[in-house]
Each structure stands twice: as structure tokens, then as C-alpha cells.
Design a binder for this molecule. Structure first.
Ligand SMILES: *[C@@H]1O[C@H](CO)[C@@H](O)[C@H](O)[C@H]1NC(C)=O
Ligand SMILES: *[C@@H]1O[C@H](CO)[C@@H](O)[C@H](O)[C@H]1NC(C)=O
Ligand SMILES: *[C@@H]1O[C@H](CO)[C@@H](O)[C@H](O)[C@H]1NC(C)=O
Length: 593
């Protein structure tokens, strides 16, 4: 994973730290500018002010040398009509765009030096040198961050506590060189998108008139999904790629439960195991099987066998909690995971992530930075799939309010699905035909919406304009008409038969849809490799270019929520389930395999 470039960059940053002339604080408070801020989101309350004795762990994202250059190149290599389609970048190529410039390194180093932060204080530095961590006493953190209002906050339902500020500033000359201070003004919780596990007895099974005959509404098996989407007869080579599965929040993937699932639903996969990788000390404790982790690794085994898979367990909860004199980790899971992956020589072909947050609980500059990291991985040729969420356009009417102090009634979009470089996956249920999931039947509603942070990317402008023309003024004041719309596509997400702690039950969620769709993308890659073609990588320009070809159009149901009937599924693309669910055989032909 160590890049040659890293070898040259690290000493440079260290050298610039060491060479900077010490000086007393050269930054007058009047020259600070606001970097990020957030209102305390619903569900959180300020519990206590800082005591003054805290040690604060700061994790800076340094500006990247050429983010726009990377995005421009990504647009070319992901455009099926471009001569360079599929020429995904190497780790070194991305480092060229993403490492900080010499100017950024020296300005940041001088600022840190002025506050007595020496190279020996730096506890962590990313391979590309674009993120660094260190700890400082509270008073010093406040001096560096324009008197940031550090305090203790608590999440009412979970009791989760965190020590953060609702806004922070940086000196005017430093601000353009730091994208974000991770963890500050950030109330992301990284929820996993799955409904509580439901025990289903075999005698509960509801007969379905559906084709295929392997499908039963109450308990959906791997065979049903393989028959439904047409992958059952495809014989993968399994070579040349592996599927990545994101694990956060101490969700651990269990080998015994996987073996039990295989015996029940994929006897031919007997003995197939995922590999595990620990990021930042993430564990995979076999005595604590997690429902989300089980759903993810079992679905991938059930659909993508024999393609290998890797479970990435990233430690920590976002962002951080500090006790007096005991700085804890910054616990910035998204950033830690993406940063780790982006430096690897060998990456998964597909990454399936079943976690997300209300967009307004993460600050804008932070969201932009995470989205930029995602663009970097996408440019490496990784299909970055994220669950669209389980609450339709938002949970109950009482929570569907803006977080800017004005309490404006609005739909609540989900991040990272709102990032234009991800492929966002919605959820369907039933088979004859497939429809948008409902809370009554499948406990979850396919997540849906429009970003308030990211403008609509070109690849989806035509499709979204077509939908908006059809719905006219419906909910016109509840969503952002210029924002990135999601999901892009969908897959079954209702009542998957999954083993957890030795027992089978039904699990629903876009958390189920995402590893399912990821597996089908990996199978398409497998077919492409056989035809001598590169992996599919960033899917959205391809998918929107197909204008629905290769997908089952879902036209029944609606992504309800916020006390409304939400966005209805209509003919063609819609924000309930995107273009619909995959037809493997047709897609295989369409991608030239
Ligand atoms: C899959 O992983 C196993 C275990 O790490 C390895 O032995 C095998 O070669 C891999 N298969 C492929 C096709 O890469
Ligand atoms: C917004 O809602 C919160 C919580 O219900 C309330 O405390 C606050 O006063 C409201 N603000 C406005 C401007 O209505
Ligand atoms: C709507 O989205 C755009 C980005 O596309 C953003 O600039 C604007 O602030 C958003 N509007 C609201 C009300 O959040």
C-alpha cells in the first residue's frame, strides 16, 4: 500500500514543518473566516460546556492539488463514448491530483508551527499527505480555530455523547488550504440502513403467484434473487477482482453464520469465506455477530460466489468524544476508510456501503471533502455503491425540518447518496411486478431525494428533468429542484433470509439492496474480463446513457415519508427507485460482454 510518491512527500512535509521559522501567533482574530458551521440537529442537545481541561484531537484535510483536474479526467474515462473509457487511474495518478501542493504544505506547516505544533505532535498522516492528525489542549485549539465553541453534546435516543463545536474558523490565508477539519460541526452518526431483524417461521410463508417459482414474499433467498435478476445460469470465473464491503459501528461479520447461510442457500459455495481487513484498529469479533455485517457478507456470497470478497472493518464512531486529558481517536469512519483505500495498489472492483446520514447533520465542507475522496476511488475504477436510506423522503413529519434554525418543512436527503460520484441504490419488494418497498410490508421505504449540497450532475439532467415535468408542482416547496437526485437504480431490499447468531430471520433495507446490486456489478465485470474489457468502474454515465435499457422499470409504489405520499415511481427514471432493477443478461450484452 505504500506509494513511491509517499516516500517523497512525507519528508517534504516534515521538512517544511521543521524549517518553518517559529513566531508568536501571527494571526489576528479579525482575519479569521468561517469554514463550516451547523445548527444542532434534531435529536441532539448541548449537555455541558467545555471544562477547559480537554485535549482536542484535530484531524485536518489539506486541500488537494487538483480536484477539478481529477473530476475532468473522471468524466472522460467513465464516458462510454470516449476513446479513454475504462482507462481507470493508478494510485500514483490519483496521488498526482490529490496530494497537497508545495504552497499548501508550507502554509499549513507555518500555521501549525506558529501554534507550537511540531512534527513530533503529528500522530497520523495519510499516504498522500493530504490529511494529518494531532492533539492540542483546548485553549490552543480554540486559538487556532477562531474561538470555536467546543461543548459536550448528547444524542437523546442513544445517549451517545460527543465533544465538538457547531462552527469553526480558520485564518484567512490558511482557509483555502484546508478543505475540512473532520469531526468539527459534524453530527453524523453513520446509521446502517436496515430494519430490525424479524424472525420468520417457515409456516408464515406467504404463497406468491410470482415468477420465478423460487420466490416467496416473506423470506427471500439467494436462489430467488438469482432467478429474478437472471444470474443463476451465469458461470463466473471469479478471477481478476474482489468485492469490498464496508463495515462500521462495530458491526462484525461472522464466519459460522456465513457457513450456515451457504449450507441453506448456496450449497455449491460451501467453504467460501470473505477476507477481513482492519482499518484504524477495526475488529471483527467472532463472538459478536452483527445483523448488518451478516446481511452484507451473506448476500455477496449468495449472489457473487465464487468472486472473492473483503470485509473492511473501520473502527470508531464519528466524529469524536474527548475526556479531560484523554484525547480519543478522531473516529472519522468515512474519511478513515476512504483514505486507507485510496492509497492501495489493489482495490476492490466494487465497494458496497450500507451506511449513511441525513445530509444536514454533516457540514457542507466536510461533505464536499468526503465526496471528493469518493471521486478519487471512482476514478481508480471502483464502483462506489451506497444505500439510499430506509425512510423514503424522510421519516415522520415532525423531523422533516431544516436545520438552519428556521425549521422549514422539507424532505431530508441522505449523504453520501447525494454525492454525484456514488451510485445510489434504492429498494424494491414483491416480484409480479416489483414495486417500491413499503413500511407495512417490508418495514422500510426506499430512500429518495434531492441534495441541498451537490448540484445536479450532467449525466442525470435529462432523466431528472423528464420526471420533474411529469410531477409538476407536487411537493414543489419540499425539495431542492437543482440538486443531485437519487437513487440511480434499485434492487430487492425486502425480507432477505439471513443467518445471525445461528438463527435465520428476515432482514430488509437498502442495506440488502446494495450488496445485491454490488454483486451483480461484479458478475458483469466478470463477463467483461472474459471479453478482454476493463471493469465497469463509475456506473452513472453508463446507466443514464442507457436510458433504462437493461433495467426493469418499476412503476408502482412511492417513496413516501415526512407525512406525504412522497415521490411516486413512474415510467422511466424516478427518485423512488431510479431506473429500476437489473436484468443481468441484457446488461451483459449492453456492456459488450
Ligand atoms: C480468493 O481468495 C482466496 C483466499 O485468499 C485465494 O486463495 C484465491 O486465489 C482467490 N481467488 C481468486 C480467483 O482470486
Ligand atoms: C424550531 O424547533 C425547535 C425544536 O422543536 C424549537 O426549539 C425552536 O424554537 C424552533 N425554531 C423556530 C424558529 O421556530
Ligand atoms: C439547493 O441546492 C444547491 C446546490 O445544487 C445549493 O446551492 C442551494 O443552497 C440549495 N438550496 C437550499 C435551500 O438548500
Amino acid at each position: 500500500m505504500r506509494l513511491p510518491l509517499l516516500v517523497t512527500l512525507l519528508p517534504l512535509l516534515l521538512a517544511s514543518l521543521a524549517l518553518a521559522a517559529p513566531s508568536s501567533s501571527p494571526y489576528a482574530p479579525s482575519s479569521f473566516i468561517r469554514k463550516d458551521s451547523i445548527a444542532i440537529p434534531a435529536g441532539w442537545a448541548k449537555r455541558a460546556p467545555a471544562t477547559g481541561n480537554e485535549v482536542v484531537h484535530l484531524h485536518l484535510g489539506l486541500a488537494k492539488r487538483d480536484q477539478l483536474g481529477l473530476e475532468a479526467r473522471l468524466q472522460q474515462i467513465s464516458d462510454p463514448d470516449h476513446a479513454d473509457y475504462g482507462k481507470w487511474l493508478s494510485a500514483d495518478d490519483v496521488a498526482e491530483y490529490f496530494s497537497p501542493s508545495a504552497e499548501t504544505r508550507s502554509i499549513v506547516s507555518r500555521w501549525l508551527q506558529a501554534h507550537g505544533v511540531e512534527e513530533s505532535h503529528v500522530t497520523k498522516r495519510s499516504d498522500m499527505g493530504n490529511s494529518i492528525s494531532f492533539s492540542v489542549p483546548l485553549a490552543q485549539a480554540r486559538a487556532m480555530l477562531g474561538d470555536a465553541d467546543f461543548a459536550y453534546f448528547q444524542h437523546r435516543d442513544s445517549g451517545e455523547e460527543r465533544f465538538t463545536a457547531t462552527s469553526y474558523s480558520l485564518p484567512r490565508e490558511v482557509a483555502p488550504h484546508i478543505d475540512a477539519v473532520f469531526g468539527l460541526a459534524n453530527f453524523a452518526r453513520g446509521a446502517s440502513f436496515r430494519a430490525p431483524y424479524k424472525m420468520v417461521m417457515d409456516d408464515d410463508l406467504e404463497a406468491s403467484s410470482a415468477a420465478p417459482s423460487s420466490c416467496q414474499f416473506n423470506l427471500v433467498t439467494a436462489q430467488c434473487l438469482r432467478d429474478l435478476y437472471g444470474t443463476a445460469d451465469y458461470k463466473p470465473s471469479g478471477k481478476g477482482q474482489f468485492i469490498g464491503i464496508s463495515g462500521f459501528l462495530e458491526e462484525y461479520a461472522n464466519y459460522d453464520d456465513l457457513a450456515q447461510y451457504e449450507a441453506d442457500q448456496r450449497p455449491d459455495a460451501k467453504g467460501y469465506k470473505f477476507s477481513e481487513v482492519s482499518i484504524n484498529g477495526g475488529l471483527n469479533d467472532q463472538s459478536k455477530p452483527g445483523g448488518e455485517a451478516s446481511l452484507d457478507v451473506q448476500t455477496v456470497a449468495g449472489i457473487a460466489y465464487p468472486i472473492n470478497s473483503t470485509y473492511y472493518s473501520t473502527a470508531g464512531r464519528p466524529p469524536f468524544k474527548a475526556d479531560a486529558f484523554t484525547p480519543t481517536n478522531t473516529n472519522e469512519p468515512y474519511e478513515d476508510e476512504l483514505n486507507y483505500l485510496i492509497g492501495l495498489k489493489k482495490l476492490p472492483s466494487v465497494l458496497s456501503t450500507s451506511y449513511g446520514d441525513d445530509e444536514q447533520t454533516v457540514p457542507l465542507e466536510y461533505a464536499k471533502r468526503i465526496c471528493s475522496d469518493i471521486a478519487g476511488l471512482t476514478a481508480r475504477g471502483v464502483s462506489m455503491l451506497y444505500a439510499s436510506g430506509d425512510n423514503g423522503v424522510g421519516d415522520t413529519a415532525s423531523v422533516c425540518k431544516s436545520n438552519d434554525g428556521k425549521n422549514t418543512t422539507m424532505f431530508l436527503p441522505t449523504f453520501p447518496s447525494t454525492c454525484p460520484w456514488v451510485t445510489s441504490v434504492g429498494a424494491t419488494m414483491r416480484f409480479d411486478p416489483e414495486v417500491v418497498t413499503t413500511k407495512e410490508a417490508s418495514f422500510i421505504i426506499s430512500g429518495s431525494g434531492f441534495s441541498n449540497y451537490f448540484p445536479r450532475p450532467d449525466y442525470q439532467k435529462k432523466a431528472v428533468a423528464g420526471y420533474l415535468a411529469k410531477i409538476g408542482n407536487k411537493h414543489a416547496n419540499l425539495y431542492n429542484h437543482t440538486g443531485r437526485a437519487y437513487p440511480d437504480i434499485a434492487a430487492q431490499g425486502s425480507r432477505f433470509k439471513i443467518a445471525v447468531k445461528g438463527k435465520f430471520g428476515a432482514v430488509s433495507g437498502t442495506s440488502a439492496s446494495t450488496p445485491l446490486f454490488a454483486s451483480i456489478v461484479a458478475l458483469l465485470n466478470d463477463a467483461r474480463f472474459k471479453a478482454g474489457k476493463p471493469q465497469l468502474g463509475f456506473l452513472n454515465p453508463l446507466i443514464y446513457g442507457l436510458e433504462g435499457k437493461g433495467f426493469n422499470d418499476i412503476t408502482q409504489g412511492s417513496a413516501t415519508g415526512c407525512g406525504t405520499d412522497g415521490f411516486p415511481a413512474l415510467e422511466g427514471w424516478d427518485p423512488a427507485v431510479g431506473y429500476g432493477t437489473p436484468q443481468f443478461d441484457t446488461l451483459k450484452k449492453l456492456v459488450g460482454a
